[in-house]
Design a protein around this ligand. Structure first.
Ligand code: CA
Length: 534
């Protein structure tokens, strides 16, 4: 089921959720975790600086801990400036255990677990950390955090969602999740220069959006005397035309509805939504090749000066205004607020995951569990968070008015994130990202769009990463694949006009029930109820 939900999230949200879901850290520990000490629980949770050993550091004397971690497809590199700087501050140095030639995170993890030689600190997916943690390979972090990690404790109190995603089905935390920042993911884009040419205003409702697409189709906004405009397109063949269902308050996947997980195709508005999308497709408002055009759709249709509107990630979509300015003079492809749906609701279904089901933990067999948790705690101090987000002062950033600003060398590198990775900046482990790092290099059009979506809270609350028991996982695995295949085949058939929705929708719902969709929903809702109780 996790596969399914994430597939849909990816489909809707684009690639960034997956690229963020890079790495995990876990450690090992025996199930014999630290004994409770009531005195330790008196540490003030408001402390902003790490209350570590006598030295104020994670370790009184320098210590080196082994780390198993791959982030951004890069194995941990002992020379990353972020971590050598952290070593100076904490007395804890990390030594990577994965050879530079290895980039497959799952394979590396499986090899390590099979060897029985588990690093002090391990980064991996929630699924692996939860599973092997519950089997005793990783130490539960809860009491260690209580005793030694006031900054983590404070953060988890402020962010119960992070704590919940970090918590396994047995109620314990075996890893600290990576917490991204900046929740806007995709936005609606429209050709502003075409609107201007046709004397149209920015569409704010589903009806106005329809009129705009219709005008793009019929009024030759690219001025070549051919009806070659493709009003709505997307490069995401999974989301395809279903992205438009939002305009009828409908959904192709699982979503949160009044604190319950619902499945879009079973909801009554789905029939209206899919029927309307079918009609738009018939009228030529939707790319005829929307299911097959694929990942180059934006490149091709914008460069051909034929694509009119899409939903996609802000940064990469806004960038065409620069990259195509010579080829398509006057191109102005700008984000707009989501058109209000038929009920007048303005909502964007996609959002970046606010917690990534991946992070680091501590081996149950590590002799340095106390140092490791204090080291983890460092990354939740103001200083540690800045180091993880911006790197080293004087190397990757300078302070301006007390705030970090990336150096020109970084900002002008052309590949900002990849350049930052060379210093170990923005690796994904247990820390809280700061969206400011990204804002500094966003195209202004993208930055404005993202700010609007964030400030006006257009994004819909997402289903969090849920924790399933082994039994639930097995049931989901046996039920979900066929349900998803059936839904996508049927809805595609409807949109392409091979079968009418009318007369077939009820049978479609009945078939989903026969296939066990209600059991899937029950399992998901049971897990979600556990999540809410965390
Ligand atoms: Ca034309």
């Amino acid at each position: 089921m996790k596969m399914n939900k994430r597939k849909w999230q990816q489909a809707l949200g684009g690639v960034m959720i997956f690229s963020l879901a890079g790495s995990i850290l876990a450690g090992c520990g025996s199930a014999e975790e630290a004994k409770p000490e009531s005195s330790a629980k008196t540490a003030p949770s408001s402390a902003l600086t790490a209350e570590a050993g006598q030295s104020g550091k994670a370790s009184d004397t320098p210590v080196t801990l082994s780390v198993h971690m791959i982030s951004q497809n890069l194995p941990f590199d002992d020379t990353w400036a972020v971590f050598t700087e952290a070593a100076k501050k904490t007395n804890v140095s990390l030594e990577g255990t994965i050879p530079k030639t290895v980039t497959d995170r799952t394979e590396a993890f499986n090899l390590m677990m099979a060897s029985g030689n588990i690093a002090d600190i391990v980064s991996n997916t929630k699924a692996n950390m939860d599973r092997f943690g519950q089997e005793g390979a990783f130490v539960p972090l809860d009491e260690l955090i209580d005793k030694y990690a006031p900054n983590i404790k404070k953060f988890l109190e402020e962010r119960p969602d992070v704590k919940a995603v970090g918590t396994a089905a047995d109620g314990k935390m075996y890893y600290l999740p990576f917490a991204p920042d900046g929740e806007a993911a995709s936005g609606w884009f429209v050709r502003q220069d075409w609107l201007d040419k046709l004397g149209l205003k920015t569409p704010v409702t589903v009806d106005e959006y329809y009129q705009v697409l219709k005008a793009f189709k019929e009024k030759d906004p690219n001025g070549n005397n051919k009806a070659d405009e493709i009003p709505y397109f997307t490069r995401d063949t999974n989301v395809a035309a279903y992205g438009l269902l939002a305009l009828w308050d409908a959904d192709q996947g699982y979503y949160l509805k009044s604190d319950k997980i619902a499945f879009g195709p079973l909801e009554p508005q789905y029939k209206t939504g899919i029927s309307s999308v079918v009609q738009w497709y018939e009228e030529g408002l939707i790319d005829r090749e929307i299911f097959t055009r694929g990942s180059k759709a934006r490149d091709i249709l914008l460069a051909d000066n034929t694509g009119g509107s899409t939903r996609d990630w802000f940064a990469s979509t806004a960038a065409y205004n620069d990259s195509l300015k010579d080829k398509v003079p006057g191109l102005s492809f700008v984000p707009i607020a989501p058109p209000a749906d038929i009920n007048g609701k303005v909502v964007e279904y996609t959002a970046r995951a606010v917690v990534i089901p991946s992070g680091w933990g501590i081996s149950a067999s590590s002799k340095h569990q106390e140092e490791a948790i204090k080291y983890f705690d460092y990354w939740y101090t103001e200083e540690g968070r800045r180091l993880a987000n911006f790197g080293v002062e004087g190397v990757t950033y300078t302070l301006e008015n007390g705030k970090p600003k990336f150096t020109d060398e970084i900002l002008n590198s052309g590949t900002v994130t990849q350049t930052l990775w060379k210093y170990g900046v923005q690796m994904e482990f247990g820390f809280h990202q700061d969206f400011e790092y990204e804002r500094q290099y966003l195209n202004p059009i993208a930055a404005k769009g993202m700010s609007d979506y964030i400030d006006k809270k257009y994004t819909r609350e997402q289903i969090p990463s849920l924790s399933y028991t082994a039994e639930e996982e097995a049931r989901l695995k046996s039920l979900e694949a066929s349900i998803n295949t059936y839904v996508s085949e049927t809805s595609q058939k409807w949109i392409l006009g091979a079968e009418p929705v009318e007369g077939n929708y009820d049978a479609f719902v009945a078939q989903l029930k026969t296939m066990g969709v209600e059991e899937v929903l029950k399992i998901k809702n049971d897990a979600y109820a556990r999540y809410l109780k965390q």
